[in-house]
Structure formats: C-alpha cells, structure tokens
Design a protein around this ligand. Structure first.
Ligand code: IVH
Length: 711
C-alpha cells in the first residue's frame, strides 16, 4: 500500500479505533498538514481549506493526543499558534505571548466549557459566574504597544511568540490612535482585530476590476494582505478598521473586569465592538449567540462566531492557560452558512480520466457574502439520496472557500410536474459514448462513473491538455485552462494534442493566415511571449514529462519513482511498451519499485497499449529534449534502508533530508517502526527518538549523517 493511501485511510479511522503505531503516524500526518495550512493562511494569506475543515484537523489532533499523551510531538500543533513571521518584516518578540482560542461547535460544548471553568475554580452552583459575549471578528490580530501614551510599535501575531513589525502600516489606520486619550498606564499593549468591512471590500474589488486588476477573495485575506505588505502608502489606500478586545503587557491594569478593560480602551480612544455584553448564565450566552447569528448577514463586517470570556480578571488569572489557549475563554463558532435558491439544471462534467460529476446550476444566490451559482452533487447516488429534482428550491451551504454543496430541497416549493432526475447513460460530448460504472476491489459497483470514450472524448482530451500544462507538469506561462479551451476549438491554429503545443510557433510562422497575433486577445508582443514560454519548456525533466502524460494512478511521487528507476525516457518508454505487451519480466521489474503496485502497472500498461497514446507520446517526445533523471546510487551504505528524520534539523530542511536519503537509495519514513534502520535526530526530538531507543534502532545526529554520507 502506498503511504498516501495508508494515511488517507488512517485519516478516516475513528480516534478510539487507532492503535498506537497508527496514532503516532496520524499525529505526524496531522502536524504536517496543519503546518502547511498555517503557512498558507498566516504567511501567504491564501488558505486552501475552510475554517471548519482546519478546525476539524486540530480537533482530531487534540483527541489523539488526549488518548495517547506520550505520543504528543515535541512540535505539536496544539502548542503552536499561527506560523513563523515572514522574513519580509523585522521580527518583534511579544512581551506576553499572543494566544489563540479553543473552539466550541455546539451548545453542549459551551455548557461543558462553563462547567469546566466552575469545576476548576470550585465555584458552587449558588455562586454567580459572569461571562462576556462578543462577536469573533474574521480579520487578523494585531498588538499595539503604547509607552507614555504613544504608539511605539504594531506587531502581528506571527507564531504567537514573535510577530512582524508592521508599525508603519498600522499608523495609516484611522481606528488606531497614535496617542492615547485619557489617563493610560505607562505601558500598555492593546490587542484586537484588523478587518475590512464587506462594503469596502466590494468597492475595492469593483475598483480593481475596473482597472483590469485581479480581484480579492474575501475581506479577511484582503485585510491581512494589505497590512502585511511593505508599502505603507498601499495600506493607507485600503480602508482598514480595528476593534480592540484584548491586551498584552500592561504596567497597571485600568480595570478589574473584562468589560471594564474594554470600557477603558474606549476612553483611550479605541473602537470596541458594540455587541459585547455580560451574562451570568449559559442560557444567556447561548441566546446572545443566537441573536448575533441572526444579525450576522446584516453586520457590516465578517464574523465567524461569538467569543465568551470570564469577566472577572482575578478569575482569569487563576484559570490561566492550557498550551495555546486561555482556560477562561472560548470561541463558539457558527455553522457553515446556508441559503435557499432554485435548481435550474444539472450538468454533467467530465474529468481528465473520464470521471463524471453532476453539477447543480443554481439561480445565483449570496451565501456568506459570496455569489453561488454552481454546487457539486458528487454522484448519481447523492442526487438520489437528496431526492432533488430540476425546478426544486434547494438549500445550499458554503463553508469557507470550499465548493458549495446542496443539502436538500424544500418539499412545499416543488413545482407541479417536476420529474425525478435521470442520470445520463452517455457522455455529453458529441460522441455520446456510454458512461460505465467501475467495480471496486471487492467486486461491488463503485459510485464513480466514467465516460468510456477516453482519448476520443473531447472533454477528456481538453482536461488532459489542462493537466499537461498545469503548474506541476509543463507549467507553461500564458497557457492555462482558459487558453486550452480556446485553442482546442480554434479552427486556424488548434491545440488538440500535447505535441501541437510545441509546433504552434512553427505552424504560425509557416502559414500567413494562421497568425496568433491576429487572434482575439493576442497581439505581436503577447503572441511572441507565449511562443517563448513554450520554447522554454521544450527541455523538460523526465519526471515532469511522465507526470504530465496524465496516466491514471501516476501522480507526482510515482512519476518521480519511475523516472529515477529508468533514468532516461527511452528506457522508461521501452519498459512501458513491454509491460503493455504482457512481458512478465518487465512487469516484475516495475513491480519491484517502491510504492508501485498492480494499479499503477495496469494503468501504465493500458496507456501504452493504446495506439492513439503511443502516437501522441511519439510525436511529443520528438519535439522535446528530455533530461535524464538522477538515478540513485546503486550501492551506497544506505540502499534499501528506511530512515526517519526527527527533531529540528539545522543544516538541511526536512525536504532536503528526504531528497538526500532518496538519492542514496534509501527511503525517508515519517514514523519509527520495527522496519526503521536508522534515525537521524536533531534537537528537540521526542516520541520518535524514544521509540527508536526502545526498539534498539541506531540513532545518529545531523553531523554524523553528513559525515556518513560524505557531504
Ligand atoms: S480574544 C487570549 N476576542 O480569534 C485570547 N479574539 O481564534 C485573545 N478574534 O487570535 C483573543 N475576535 O485573532 C478574542 N472578540 C475577540 C476576537 C478574537 C477575533 C481572533 C483573534 C484570536 C483568534 C483566536
């Protein structure tokens, strides 16, 4: 089984069903995944998953840690907030760490939270516990340090310990006082959220669009991007706002309650949220949560929940913190936003491998500030389960930036005569090739349906071409999905096969009628730019080429394994052709490769057995200069060994270490098991090191690794 599949399966296992080894592997996987999401969210301001999905990962990580405390990683995501600050800005260490908040997703989670607080403080039922409730603003947090009333610096959260110095940018925000009013303490760090209103965001995007510039995804990322760029004049042009809701170092507290502090902030000249209130019962908090949820759509800014905080600061002090969040506060998140709209049609989309996905075409509706016109229906079974019919009023949900989903329909609104949807049996392309269902390993029918047209199906061919030019494949600048669609249907200068891309400039030069510069959207300069970009990719690494072919089951990692094993294109092609012809020896040779099994070999064989594909590949290879892959040294001291790198590495990055091991013919694994041959441990190594010692596996440090590898 490949590691990817293994971890995908682990990812679905319930925490209580995990064995110890599985839990360790799952913690490593979650740590890596959470770190990657953190980097996208905090450093690049471009998250790729919804907040709900992200929260679920962190939740799962915490649950596993709670069951197996001894497996908790030294670098556990539970102990970390945010991501390391960007190198662009000077770094500032926070005098008091900027922490995160624990999440509650249901009313019961909130009841548990309050019960926990009461238990911790040993408060009897008869003793009142006051808590504040206020909106959780969807922006980015900022810490403002004032000394003798003057703003001295503004620092982002960063990783919670060290943030980025964005003072020059923060000074351009009108809600942030340069000098505090009233009678502030000698030193005070006021913390809060920088955000952009929905209206300002819409207006900014309209301006961007009018100027032909790229538009932004949502107010939060725009606010973050505006603050975390180097030119204060750009920040000044962006209408950013600030709500003050917390504090860091304070020489003398101006109040003894949370609410009192917020009132003091107001006196110092800050804007605070008007929806903050104090309650003395859980039911009061929940009712306020409900009211704010109803008001949410009408609020001028994005919020994603309600934050509850123990009001009494002496109690906050006693409660303290657990790893990355205070014990005295919690964020009660809102469920994903929903809306009602009409289902006009169900279209069938055909993917690269022929997989058929039904897509709901909807009457445009705004869900959480974004206009939704399409939603996925997954497959025929999902349509049947939902029971939706064309013309129905449906409920759609959008969580974060993920594809909207159809949740169900409203029976009372079903129009008379609406017929059940009949899933097509043929591909929507002009060939009308039959749609087939595959068998699962167990012999049952899979839910995935595929168009059987393969290379003959124009939809699949277009998708293949899009994959071919994609970033991780040929990565041709100026030739993306949109251009492929246009070139495919172009009568004068078409691109229908990968080789056509590399003959484009020749065809353009040879025929006086087929000039790209005369085509819509192109001119002399842009046409030449595209030809140059194509030319640049005429020399290509073998592994990229293998990946670009889009053979089923041959992803980037498999393409790399194949490239490394065969070294040169001719060797790979010959092996593939032999396998396609049923040559047992060639098959065994391929089967011996790490992580390559029957599924990969069968699809490589099927691909090369197809005359059309052979022609396509021949024509393409004739246009290219294919670079040989770096073959692993056949006989190093590390060939065939499994190595685990753990702890922090100082002389190389994790990726670099993995590359090095692979180059030496070894495999870099994520967790320690009996199969591990060597552990390279850096400072801070934890459970993996412990396990290696228990299992009697050889452990060396980074310097020794470099000595042994002779580098
Ligand atoms: S209190 C020690 N109050 O949510 C905890 N945070 O998920 C201090 N946030 O890092 C935070 N609105 O960026 C607090 N009303 C609010 C908030 C709020 C938004 C953000 C803040 C924090 C994150 C935690």
């Amino acid at each position: 089984m490949t590691q990817d599949r293994q971890s995908a399966e682990l990812g679905h296992k319930r925490v209580r069903d995990l064995g110890e080894d599985e839990a360790a592997a799952e913690l490593a996987r979650l740590a890596a995944e959470i770190a990657a999401h953190d980097e996208r969210y905090y450093q690049k301001d471009a998250p790729s998953v919804s907040d709900a999905e992200y929260d679920a990962l962190r939740q799962r990580n915490s649950e596993i840690e709670a069951r197996f405390p001894h497996l908790k990683l030294a670098e556990s995501p539970s102990d970390r907030v945010g991501a390391a600050p960007s190198e662009k800005f000077a770094k500032v260490r926070h005098a008091v760490a900027m922490l995160s908040l624990d999440n509650a997703f249901s009313d019961d989670d909130v009841r548990d939270f309050v019960a926990r607080v009461r238990r911790f403080l040993r408060l009897g039922e008869d003793v009142a516990l006051r808590l504040t409730a206020e909106p959780k603003i969807d922006g980015l947090s900022l810490s403002l340090r004032y000394e003798s009333g003057d703003l001295v610096h503004a620092v982002t959260r960063g990783d919670g310990t060290t943030g980025e110095n964005v003072t020059a940018n923060a000074r351009t925000i009108a809600d942030i006082p340069q000098r505090l009013a009233g009678d502030p303490p000698a030193v005070i760090e006021v913390r809060g959220e920088v955000y952009m209103t929905k209206q300002d965001f819409a207006e900014l995007n309209a301006r961007q669009e009018a100027a032909g510039k790229q538009t932004y995804v949502n107010p939060r990322n725009t606010a973050a991007g505006s603050l975390r760029q180097l030119d204060p004049s750009v920040t000044a042009e962006r209408p950013l706002k600030f709500f003050a809701y917390a504090w860091g170092e304070v020489s003398e507290l101006p109040a003894d309650t949370q609410m009192g502090m917020i009132e003091a902030f107001r006196d110092f000249g800050f804007v605070t949220n008007p929806l903050m209130e104090v309650f003395d019962s859980v039911e009061g908090l929940l009712a306020h949560h409900h009211r704010i949820e109803l008001e949410r759509a009408a609020l001028p800014y994005d919020i994603d929940g309600v934050v509850y905080k123990v009001d009494d600061l002496a109690l906050q002090q006693r409660l303290g913190f657990v790893s990355r969040s205070p014990r005295w506060a919690i964020a009660h998140k809102f469920p994903a936003e929903k809306a009602m709209t009409v289902l006009h049609a169900i279209d069938i989309q055909v993917g690269r491998t022929g997989a058929i996905t039904p897509v709901a075409r909807l009457e445009p509706v705004t869900v959480g500030g974004v206009v939704v016109e399409n939603a996925t229906l997954h497959n025929a079974e999902e349509i049947e389960r939902l029971g939706v019919r064309i013309g129905d009023t449906v409920i759609v949900q959008r969580a974060g930036d993920v594809i909207p989903q159809v949740l169900g329909f409203v029976p009372e609104k079903r129009p008379a005569g609406a017929e059940p949807y009949v899933f097509p049996t043929t591909c929507p392309c002009y060939l009308q090739t039959p749609i087939m269902r595959e068998a699962n390993v167990s012999g049952t029918e899979s839910v995935v349906r595929r168009c059987s047209g393969e290379f003959a199906c124009p939809y699949q061919r277009k998708e293949h071409l899009k994959h071919f030019v994609s970033r991780r494949a040929f990565d041709i600048e100026g030739l993306g999905d949109k251009q492929i669609e246009a070139f495919y249907d172009d009568a004068m200068l078409p691109i229908r096969t990968p080789a056509d891309i590399f003959t484009l400039a020749r065809r353009d030069a040879e025929n006086p009628l087929q000039k790209l510069k005369n085509r819509d959207g192109y001119g002399e300069v842009s046409a030449q730019k595209l030809f140059d970009a194509i030319e640049e990719r005429r020399t290509i690494a073998l592994e990229r080429l293998i990946y670009a072919l889009g053979i089923r089951h041959v992803g980037e990692a498999t393409a790399k394994t194949l490239a490394r094993a065969y070294g040169a294109w001719q060797a790979f092609e010959q092996a593939a052709l032999k396998v396609a012809d049923g040559d047992e020896e060639a098959r065994e040779e391929m089967d011996a490769l790490e992580d390559i099994g029957d599924a990969v070999i069968d699809s490589v064989a099927a691909y090369f057995a197809e005359p059309h594909n052979r022609d396509l590949v021949e024509a393409l290879a004739g246009e290219l200069t294919i670079q040989e892959a770096e073959r692993p040294a056949a006989d190093t001291a590390f060939s065939g060994k499994t190595i685990v790198f753990t702890g922090s590495l100082e002389r190389m990055s994790r990726d670099e270490a993995k590359e090095m091991a692979e180059r030496l013919g070894a495999k870099a694994a994520g967790s320690v098991s009996k199969k591990t041959n060597l552990v390279v441990a850096g400072p801070g190594a934890g459970s993996k090191l412990k396990k290696a010692t228990e299992l009697g596996i050889e452990v060396i440090d980074e310097d020794e690794w470099f000595r042994r590898t002779g580098q």
